[in-house]
Design a protein around this ligand. Structure first.
Ligand code: BGC
Length: 441
């Protein structure tokens, strides 16, 4: 068997998120979200914003055609909460629902299975003003929003993901302030944001399941194995602490209804009786976003007194993230062994590099091709060894608005020229296409 052979029925595609690609932020009654506010505060490194981004809101037919031509059969996108319920609670904006209706119909028409994610970081600003993920006031509105969207789309969208990377929202949004809403609320702020997202997720899963049968319900977690920088006891303890915060609050929350014992005391003030039951849910599909391992050491003055050590890796990406495909293999096998082999989907995996447009007008992104090849080998090996991995979605279809980095970091397999909005497939697009079509083994 060759190294890029996958189980029968293995699915292929790409992931995107609304805020990063849609643009059209003022169109059709959309409300403001925390990223609009954060951007307006001048906190994006290259001074850009997402007002136009890839203009996917108007150009989605072209983007769907690109996926179809690649041979992709699956697409994860996110729905913008502020397009559907502009104030976070209350009035529903039908024009927002109409947009996703058109998108879904066009995907199905192209033979691409839509996987809708309900929350990829665009919290309506009025909900943040009322405390955001620091409190439980947001739980009910999220479940209501989930119910509204499913009522409109669940006749055609069968796969639903609740959240995207609650750990990144909590740590960067409420801990370090590097993401919207930009707070620095310390360890407790991080744990509060994690717990309230868990509660909102549990409520939304139940809200959708109560009204629709036959759906595949899940969530998307960014799981990165946390390894110690050295075998000094304080580094080993630091890596375990970081594992609890980064991975386990979310993973064990939904899968086991368990608050990590290491954090139980720190979370005791806001975990109420009944919460563990409310956050547990027998999801049908776990989406995994994987970028690298995390090599951690003890260092005071950082969240949880943990800081980055020196990663052992093959290479570095243009984000200065280590390339460690072995970590993806380890993660998949751990889920098989310790979590009863749940059905999983690689919901994001990819890399940014400083792409160059060559004289022939093309983007020969060899480093990205190699990144994909090595990670796909890890997935294929895990699948051969019995891991229940159903598909692979690259991050991302298009170059897009990379949050605090703005438009300066390019993760797409299709280049976007931000002046003309022209799309140019890169060599990595052709590579993934050939794998998806079964031609590159
Ligand atoms: C997020 C994406 C982001 C990507 C690269 C993930 O954390 O889900 O929105 O663009 O990583 O940073």
């Amino acid at each position: 068997m060759t190294s890029l052979t996958f189980p029968p029925g293995f699915r292929w595609g790409a992931s995107t998120s609304a805020y990063q690609i849609e643009g059209a932020l003022d169109a059709d009654g959309r409300g403001a979200c925390v990223w609009d506010t954060y951007t307006a505060q001048g906190r994006i490194q290259d001074g850009s914003n997402a007002a136009t981004a890839c203009d996917h809101y108007h150009r989605f037919p072209e983007d769907i055609a690109l996926m179809k031509a690649a041979g992709f059969d699956s697409y994860r996108f996110s729905i913008a909460w502020p397009r559907i319920v502009p104030a976070g609670t209350g009035a529903v904006e039908p024009r927002g629902l109409d947009f996703y209706d058109r998108l879904v119909d066009a995907l199905l028409e192209a033979g691409i299975t839509p996987m809708a994610c309900l929350y990829h970081w665009d919290l309506p600003q009025p909900l943040e003003d009322a405390g955001g993920w620091q409190g439980r006031a947001v739980v009910g509105p999220f479940a209501d929003y989930a119910r509204i969207v499913a009522a409109r789309l669940a006749d055609r969208v069968k796969e639903w993901m609740m959240l995207n990377e609650p750990n990144v929202v909590a740590i960067h949004g409420y801990g370090t302030g590097e993401h919207a809403p930009g707070h620095q609320l310390g360890d407790t702020g991080i744990l509060r944001a994690l717990h309230h997202q868990n509660l909102a997720q549990g409520a939304a899963l139940r809200a959708i399941a109560a009204e629709h049968s036959g759906l595949t319900l899940g969530t998307v977690l960014n799981l990165q194995p946390s390894v110690p920088d050295s075998d000094r006891p304080e580094d080993v303890a630091a890596a375990a602490r970081w594992d609890a915060v980064w991975n386990r609050v979310s993973l064990d929350g939904v899968m086991r209804g368990q608050i990590p014992p290491l954090l139980a005391e720190a979370m005791a003030d806001f975990v109420l009786p009944g919460d563990e039951e409310a956050i547990r849910y027998p999801i049908d599909l776990l989406g995994i976003n994987y970028y690298s391992r995390m090599t951690m050491k003890h260092e005071e003055g950082h969240p949880f007194d943990v800081w980055w050590g020196e990663a052992r890796c093959r290479r570095w990406t243009g984000m200065a993230w280590p390339v460690q495909p072995e970590g993806l293999y380890d993660l998949l096998t751990e889920l098989r062994t310790d979590y009863a082999n749940p059905a999983v989907f690689i919901a994001e995996n990819g890399c940014a590099y400083d792409d160059v447009v060559a004289d022939d007008g093309q983007i020969h992104d060899d480093e990205r091709v190699l990144f994909f090849r090595e990670h796909l080998e890890a997935v294929a090996q895990a699948a051969r060894e019995g891991c229940n991995v159903k598909g692979y979605l690259c991050w991302s279809l298009l170059d897009n608005f990379e949050w605090a980095f703005g438009l300066s970091k390019r993760f797409g397999v299709v280049r976007v020229d931000y002046d003309t909005l022209a799309r140019t497939p890169k060599d990595s697009y052709r590579f993934l296409s050939s794998v998806a079509k079964g031609g590159d083994k």
